[in-house]
Design a protein around this ligand. Structure first.
Ligand code: FE
Ligand code: ZN
Ligand code: FE
Length: 199
């Protein structure tokens, strides 16, 4: 029977998980960038792609410093998050709604990574792997900055522009309904819309 696993084993396993997650993100980020309409959002994704390549190299340095083989172990968590992002890319949203959704998808990935690297840094410190902790902390800082960049793009206009399109669309539908008041309403959500009951 194998020996009981220790925190060091868990630490190495999580490093492998993070290594695989970063590699999956290297494939996913260009798709997010391609799907984005806003030039700033495209740039945020492509900038973070370049950072992510550096994060892979940084993890290789961490493995080397610990005398561990560089190895990934499939990260199911980021796979699920990337799948949700892919589903958004496939959806037929208006351009601003799509950008808002791409930001939300990107932030799910960043938050997952912030959680992962937060634990890795803490464990590295507890285990006395100071050099690894320093390196992992650099990546943690980049993940937090990427998340904040996405927040600033969402709050700096993309969400409001998407909401303006959503409200305009709703008003359009409401005036269509006024024109054909007899027709059943598809979206009787606005107070100004005719009071058509669903049944
Ligand atoms: Fe990353
Ligand atoms: Zn994982
Ligand atoms: Fe990231």
């Amino acid at each position: 029977m194998a020996d009981t696993q220790t925190l060091r084993d868990a630490f190495i396993e999580e490093l492998k998980d993070a290594y695989d997650a970063e590699k999956q993100l290297i494939k996913a980020l260009p798709k997010l960038a391609k799907a984005a309409s806003s030039a700033d959002l495209k740039k945020a994704f492509t900038n973070h792609l370049e950072e992510t390549k550096g994060q892979v190299e940084r993890l290789e340095e961490v493995f080397a410093g610990l005398d561990e083989k560089v190895q990934g172990k499939h990260c199911d968590g980021i796979e699920g998050i990337i799948e949700e992002g892919d589903a958004i890319i496939e959806e037929d949203f208006d351009t601003m709604a799509k950008d808002a959704c791409l930001i939300a998808a990107g932030q799910r990935a960043e938050h997952y990574e912030i959680a992962a690297y937060g634990s890795l840094v803490a464990w590295a410190r507890s285990l006395g792997h100071d050099e690894a902790a320093e390196l992992l902390e650099l990546t943690l800082t980049e993940e937090k900055a990427a998340d904040e960049k996405l927040t600033s793009l969402a709050e700096g206009g993309i969400n409001d522009e998407a909401a303006t399109l959503a409200n305009a669309e709703e008003e359009d539908e409401a005036s269509d309904e006024d024109a054909v008041a007899a027709a059943p309403s598809r979206t009787a959500t606005k107070k100004s819309a005719p009071a058509t009951k669903r049944r």
